[in-house]
Design a protein around this ligand. Sequence first.
Ligand SMILES: *[C@@H]1O[C@H](CO)[C@@H](O)[C@H](O)[C@H]1NC(C)=O
Ligand SMILES: *[C@@H]1O[C@H](CO)[C@@H](O)[C@H](O)[C@H]1NC(C)=O
Ligand SMILES: *[C@@H]1O[C@H](CO)[C@@H](O)[C@H](O)[C@H]1NC(C)=O
Ligand SMILES: *[C@@H]1O[C@H](CO)[C@@H](O)[C@H](O)[C@H]1NC(C)=O
Ligand SMILES: *[C@@H]1O[C@H](CO)[C@@H](O)[C@H](O)[C@H]1NC(C)=O
Ligand SMILES: *[C@@H]1O[C@H](CO)[C@@H](O)[C@H](O)[C@H]1NC(C)=O
Length: 633
Amino acid sequence: MFRFFLLGVVSRICAESLFYDTFSGNVLSNDEVKVRIKKNITFWCVNEVLPCDPLERRRVDGSCNNLKHPSMGTIHSRPYRLLPAEYDKDYEPRKSNSGEPLPLSRSVRTTLVAEGQVPDSKFTQLVGDFWLHAVADVLSLHDTVNFLIWTTYCCEEKGKTRKECIPNIVPDDDPVHRFSSIRCLNQTRPLSFQSVGCLKNDTVPERVVTATVYFDLSHIYGNSLKELNAKGRLFEKGLLKYEVENGKIWPPSITIKQKEVCLMNQLPHETRCHDTPNLSVNGVVGTNIFMIWTWRFHNRVANVLSKLNKCWNDDRIFFTARDITIATSMQIFLYELMPTLMGKYNLLKEGVILSHKGFRDIYDEHVLPQISLEFPTVLRWAHMIQVGKQKMYDTKGNYLKQHQAANLTLRTGYLVDNIDYITQGVFRQPSGGFDYIVDPDIAELGLGDLQRAFDLLTNDLTKGRYLGLPPYIKYRQLCSGNIYSTFEDLLDVIDPQRIELLKEKYKHVEDIDLMAGIWLERPVKDGFVPVTLYCVVVEQLRRSVVSDRHWYERPNRPNAFTPEQLLEIRKTSVAQFLCSVGDSVTEIQPHAFLLPGPGNEIRSCSEIEKINLEVWKDRNCDMELRNESNSQF
Ligand SMILES: *[C@@H]1O[C@H](CO)[C@@H](O)[C@H](O)[C@H]1NC(C)=O
Ligand SMILES: *[C@@H]1O[C@H](CO)[C@@H](O)[C@H](O)[C@H]1NC(C)=O
Ligand SMILES: *[C@@H]1O[C@H](CO)[C@@H](O)[C@H](O)[C@H]1NC(C)=O
Ligand SMILES: *[C@@H]1O[C@H](CO)[C@@H](O)[C@H](O)[C@H]1NC(C)=O
Ligand SMILES: *[C@@H]1O[C@H](CO)[C@@H](O)[C@H](O)[C@H]1NC(C)=O
Ligand SMILES: *[C@@H]1O[C@H](CO)[C@@H](O)[C@H](O)[C@H]1NC(C)=O
């Protein structure tokens, strides 16, 4: 309390921080702030921003990126909608064309998407894992946390009358649960600026997001400087805090709150649980390993930089290492993963990626830094390609064992003895098939032992309805320019036999939900993802690049890379990343998102192209070194 008071006074006197309304991004007067303090809604509705310096680096909390709208892009900012919301009265989900409620989500899912385990013939598990890792940076998990931890009564009697509860009914003829007593799957209404008290309840509900909107690895570095300083930084040689266990480097761990965070650790044997900014490095297994590797990657970079540049202080090394780590992560995402999935030529044509290795300067301060509401929604299609079983191998590629992947969520402790085998698996095990089939574990046991039963796809469909997403055909029209008025009009993107499935559940073509359409679409030409997903993702990536003043490919951002440095960043690949920080990775195939095979044989890491950090050598340090004896430094 005392510290908080002091901080308040200090910041008011020296720095004159401003307070912004999270939704509008407008400055609040002192009186307006007081009202919000009284209502105890500052956490969600007010952002405090220290004065911007146009020359400073990317801030941890995302503020001051857009200098005209300093608070835009921080946590709790608002997403934009590609299409206007469509709700029924009281902002309940829209009705079908005939005026009846839309068909039950669970029955739509079980009719449209079959369950089975069909491995893909092209892609490795790294595809789904890196995808999730990259987008976890801009997503919020609070809606899942909500029904798992805060609002757990939605399938109980009490839940029936509560507005915050939107459980999924399981019909009596459900193909799986007709053999069980389960008739209800937990789910809560997405949190909105309205439900958390920032906006009046008689306005269109708008989702509130708890991540910064930039691809800035905020799920690793945290979303406030205070949090990063408290949990992340060692304040020595630019390093993140770390521990050594089992001969490996890990993020720092907690023991006290472990039971709350790493809920699924099997005590007493499994005790590792990470105390990182916002406790993030403890989630689903696929992202958890990437976050551990990224944590190590930062420190590897920092170690090299501090040896290279003896005159740099901790701060300079830390933020340069962060900048390099963010850039390599985005380079893999944008230039390796996305082209693999969406077609390189497509992305070149759309202007998402460059055809050369130089800079691009397309910053536009008039494009607000925002994530569309539809972006995280359509990405949930990735549940279709997730595998249920995490397979483990030794370093020679011999199969050892497997474990239900969902059952490794919130179970960091399992990794201590198994991360080597899991790592060997992610670039050898095929991804789930890019087909129209979902793994039964994802569709029935999506949250492992955290729930008795859980269907991730049903949850995704329902969520879209409560976010007020308009009908699928409106998105088709947005993406293709065509008008869709009959089911047959959809033949341009959906095969006839799958249109039959849609007709079975939806009476009118306008009734079809966005997710339902995406599940059944054909892939984009020269790519592997559904056409509407492609359309929404391309729109977002363009916006993310254009609206980020600190985007790594810009030549004139503060502390920009030199052309030589950018060229080094461009050499990154996921294979190289794994060679440098993956567990016991000494050999790997060069295109690690693709299964090893002819032309992509597993080979020694020494044959995989590396980044050379020499180009970060600061000549000024040599000069300073000579003066060292007679300087304070
Ligand atoms: C104020 O809001 C916070 C966060 O929403 C909550 O945790 C806390 O319990 C509230 N305090 C009071 C006094 O209502
Ligand atoms: C809107 O309703 C919710 C309950 O559903 C309540 O918690 C919230 O405070 C209300 N918001 C306002 C601004 O009154
Ligand atoms: C992250 O942690 C900081 C400090 O503990 C806290 O103030 C902030 O609300 C957290 N952010 C989120 C999104 O949980
Ligand atoms: C999850 O793992 C625990 C511990 O290994 C085990 O007891 C449990 O049966 C597993 N659950 C499922 C659904 O496989
Ligand atoms: C729903 O949540 C409650 C409370 O956590 C839990 O007891 C119940 O088993 C859950 N339902 C299902 C189907 O998992
Ligand atoms: C080192 O000494 C030279 C010559 O005295 C001077 O020009 C230079 O600025 C000094 N460098 C630093 C970093 O102090």
